[in-house]
Design a protein around this ligand. Sequence first.
Ligand code: NAP
Length: 1431
Amino acid sequence: MLSQTVYDQLNADCGGMTTIGNEDIYKDYRVRGYEYGPKFRGIVDFSTDFKRHSYGSVRWAGHMIAYLDSLLQMGGPVVPVKELIVPVVFSYLKIDPNVLFKEIDANNISSSEVAPEVEVGELLADSSAAAHVEEELENEELAEMRSKMQAITGEAEHVKNADAVLRSYCSVDQMAIVAPGVEIHNVTGASIGRKVHPAPVTVEGHQFVAHFEEVANENLLHQEEVNNGSERAAELAQYETLCRWEYGQLRKHFGLQSTEEEISEPEKTLKERFLGAKEGTNVLLKVLTTAVAELVDENNNNTNTNSSEEKEPTLISTSEKEQLQQLNSHLKAVCLKLATGGTESSSSSVETPPSSTDELDPIQAALVRSYLHADLTASTGAEERLIRPLVDLVAENFVPAKELTVLQLATEPQLPLALKVDRYLATSTIFKLNIDYNLVHLKGTNSTVTTTTTTTTTTSAEAASSEQMPYNFTSTAVEQWPPVTEDQQQLQLKAQPHLAVIVDDPVAAGNQKKGSFFDLEDGQFWSTLAGSTTLTASGFALVLLRTSLAPIERQLYEALFEDSEVPTDEELKRRAETVKAQAALQHFLPVGSKASHGHLALIFRFSPIDPQQPAPVFSTVVFEGDEQRWLETVQAKLRAVNGDAEEGDEPAKQDQESKKEKSTEEAAAAVEQQIVWLLADQATLPGALGFFNCLRKEPGGRQFRLLFNLDQDPNAEDALRLFNRYSVHLTKLDLAVNVFKSGTFGSYRHLTRNLLTAAKLTTEYHLNIGALNSNRNDLGSLALVDSTGERQIGHLPVKGGLMANVPTRERKYAVYSSALNFRDVMLASGRLFPPVQLLTQNCMIGTEFAGRDLETGERVFGIHHGGAFATDLHQLPLYVRPIPPGWSYDDAVGAVTVYFTVWYGLLYKARLERGSTVLIHSAAGGVGQAALHVAKAYDCTIFATAGSPEKRAWLAEHFGLPENHIFSSRDTVFEREIRERTAGAGVKYIVNSLIGEQLDASLRLMADNGHFIELAKAEMQNNKRIGTFAFLRNLSYHGVAIEQQIFKETHRVGEFYDWMLANCEVGREDAAVKPITAHVFSAENAVTAFRFMTTGKHKGKIVIRFREEEEEKTASSTIAPAVPRLAQTRTYFDPYATYIVVGGCGGVGIELAHWLVKKGAKRIVLTTRSKTRTPYQALSLGTLAITGSVFQFFTNELAYYSEDLSTEEGVRALIRHVQTEFGPVGGVFHLAVSLADGLLNGMKYAEGWRRTVDSKATLAVHLDAVSRELCPSLPYFVCLSSVSAGRGNVGQTNYGYANSVLERIVERRRADGLHGLAVQYGPIGDVGLLSELDATGGSGVQAFASVQLQRIISCLEVLNRAMASDHPVVSSLVFAERSGGAGSGAGAGGTSEGMLHHLWSALGVDPETLPDHVTLGELGMESMFGEFAQF
Ligand SMILES: NC(=O)c1ccc[n+]([C@@H]2O[C@H](COP(=O)([O-])OP(=O)(O)OC[C@H]3O[C@@H](n4cnc5c(N)ncnc54)[C@H](OP(=O)(O)O)[C@@H]3O)[C@@H](O)[C@H]2O)c1
């Protein structure tokens, strides 16, 4: 029983500590990845000195499991790494119900009300940590403990209904937890993968894109994209080559001439890759390959059945024409078969397959056409780079409308295209947008409907029913276009479309004379579209055309659709010109176009002339140097367009038109027609874009247009002059955003950036685990990662810890080979919980290497703490030795850890005696072979086991073991057999790697005074129980975990190397150390090597080679660079540099500081004006401060800077201070923000506008200027921007403006060759300004937003990738799954009145006086929560 005196003493020891309340404790836990439900949030308060003690109060709410879980949580907040770590083992748990229940009774504050009964399962489900433990660590002990706990509380009915807060104590250094009646000792934790969020993170670049682009895929801003663009071109070229080659094979089969040459091996591999691609893509190649394969099969069958007969040519025909006809009909049949569902006979879906002369009937033709649409060559036209910037034009001009209607016209339904357009529209805004998407296609065509989850192909002439359609999609099949009356009725558009998507079909186009569906060259088509029931005025028409066909595509079309006229490229080009001309005649004005690889995407704005409508009245606002005056002018304009303009609101010279006298009605009409042009230059109003994006979402914002001049040249025209020059063009098109750059108009666009696979070709890389959007639970997350810039961090002087006595100068080595251990596979596949220490490393896998000292050229081998699957690494010389003469790199690397294990277990610990008996389990493995060599050298009688007969035979042959000494490791027969052969004595030394009953059998087999050398870590991790009775026979049990010893007993490493090098002479028969057999893989096939290890088929070691061994094995031979490979980019921080985090004590800042330290930074300066520390800040910064004392790699110096930063001088003083006190600056992170949200209408200049703009934009300007001056080669300059700048948010014009300034600054820096990055984050869920008040856990935001809260861990992972990429502006959002539009949830007013009221109040708007056309759906989220946070 815990003595009350001891407890009180402990209690008294805890004075003067940091005290944290329940909310902050569980906020910290949430950041770490725990999702404790209310019943498990038992810690009421908590005080700690971070080093020795924590003291707190824990609630007893009637449930023993929840109470114990909460007690265990007492240790969590002081674990320095912010990871999800669960207690997996404790050595001692004692519960004294008498003491516990007495304490509960004494502190019970519950009313007499009986607490509801809660099931244990229900409780566990509430605790994510507990659930993980359940899942991963279910074992007998846990089950037994649980039932005991239930029994304890079950017997004491009265405590079940009690509610008491009990004191508890946690010894931080001993990881022991003590509470009245409860003691838990030696708690050991392990990290488990955390779930980030169910939806993937969308990472996009935000950049200028011209409206008109000649070659969309190549006219890109950034090198990486240019590479992708040309890679795309190369990919298409390779694809076409392969298709041509297959077609050539086909021609040969039919006796036709073919000039195609044999394809190379790499091309064959590429073909396999293309064919293995996602179902429904690369269909051309699939058709051709299948067509060839079927003929080959047919031939083989013929040969087999008539083996005695001479082989006939496949098909004999008389004339070339007939041969071609036969080829074409074969192709048709194959194509039709594949189009109707794969390799089955086509008879099930198609009545009559085409005969040699038959044409495809219209249904078949449509079916085949539709199938071919998915091909790489054809689908290029629907790629994001072509269509998304054009679709975004639609959103940019109509949002904040809550509903958009789209009409898609194509011969076939083309659902994949529709899904893309729908997604682009939906993700253009952060508010829920209801998109009514109508697919209209020709009746009688097939419907290949591909939803995200299913692919349904019907051959019926009818259209896909709406049930098959995803949310808000309808599909209508019509006889003709324009639809006849009956069709018209079917086509129930809810509103006139805002966008018409029209897909031209080159083959159907050629087929026009056979009964057209629609003909884009015919003026009738455009007049129908312009007609009163079709497109809305100012709506858009997106037309997708072909301007050329790839030669192989043409060949196939001609083969499949013989009679149709497949148009020539010239005809296609002419057609595109005619389409433009016809559209123009009907007032469809071209506003953008993108061309790429024979595809053309055109977008037109429908701009009808309506004599009934008064012409719009234009006015302009130009920034003229006085920001306050400019802002007030915009506010006045806003009031005017909202109809509440007051006389004198607007400066007279700005708007002559609005000064005219008008009647009230006329005035109202004029208000509707008032268009305000904001004319902005980057030099004077750099944040115009973000400002405008937010303004457009506010009441009256729709009347505004922006001309933003990005050209910085002082001699170039400014925005006003540009407007004067282009006013006719601009006002006619009437586009909301007009950005002018390099002589052309365009806008800023979001385009997907796959930073996950952002990679660069490099000769310095390593194999690592884990990826964005994936948990570490599958070998698939293994990837080569760029190591350039990685600085090893173990080589700085350390204060204490494992390596305290170790010389600290590391050397750099070129790695030639490294070898796999099963532990690497277990870690990479998430099956081994990494000890907490391992989490502190950049890389956990790879512990042995062989290579050369980059300074001396010496051939060496060595041990590493993780990261040895690399081209280069740093290591302390004490872990490295010269490779013995005559040994190769592969020999050396394969020997290190296996011989260390054997030496440590068998020789050092068990003191192997010569001539003894030894049993070596799994003897064909690496350690097994090493043990065999040692045991043989010690003249021992050896018994061995292995998993397969083949391995056993191999052991007999290679090690000369008698066959009756080798047994299966899969059963326990060895026990009986060995006992017999040793006359009942058993074996003196057992090297064990078996588990379960084989382990038990082995233990029983031990001879008196025997030694059991245990290598089976899985059993140790499971805390396998062994009886101690047997130890009365003087037995010894040696646990061997060399990875611990390597870093704890460093001198032991030297002893091992001395022994190894003294016993490895090549050619000496009795040498104890001989090379182990190895399977060798190249670095490119590293993942295969990992998978191979899981099959258990290997003998000895598995080696991964990073460089080839050179002929000349001397120190003077040249060290060749590793083979360049594409490796994922990552960010590393320099341990010698100092990182400045401005706003570093804010929510995101603190987590960023933890992350910086984890990634190698050691010196961090956090700026903070207030110096005040909230309990959460104290907790989180406190744990950061102690990180270094617990984990030597994380020694860090944390400093705070509180001087004024509002001026350039202030910022200069900061940087100078850091340089003088700490040394070079490694990076500046600008996170400061002071929100002052409100509708622009009523925003005050000083308290509203300037407060936010100064905290972000002005500070950024100073940081940029000063860092250019004082640290011109600054490695990182990072600003946190917001979705408000990129996509706009109501009530945040100041914030949108300020963030946009940051974005222009980083773009400028990149253009000047400096680092610069701004990340537009969406709402962050667990820390920061939004989380402070989102007590709903995100549901509040999700009710009306299209985006979800992003976890900080995920934000930092995006940052990791983005910092290493070459995109200056990146956005990071988690989009919610689309299950409902604005019509559902709070976006349509579904939220309670109270919440609505609050939201408007937060924006400074009196809810009673709300403009009725603005709804909650138009509200922002950072705004409301941010503002609440300021109260
Ligand atoms: N949290 C989100 O959901 C979210 C979403 C998108 C983008 N972001 C961006 O992420 C960054 C960090 O946000 P956060 O959530 O961590 O905000 P936060 O918790 O409010 O922290 C911001 C910090 O900025 C400092 N600060 C304010 N005004 C300043 C000024 N004039 N000069 C110097 N420092 C000033 C304050 O620190 P002191 O009072 O200690 O000086 C404050 O703690 C911001 O740039 C924000 O725009 C956040």
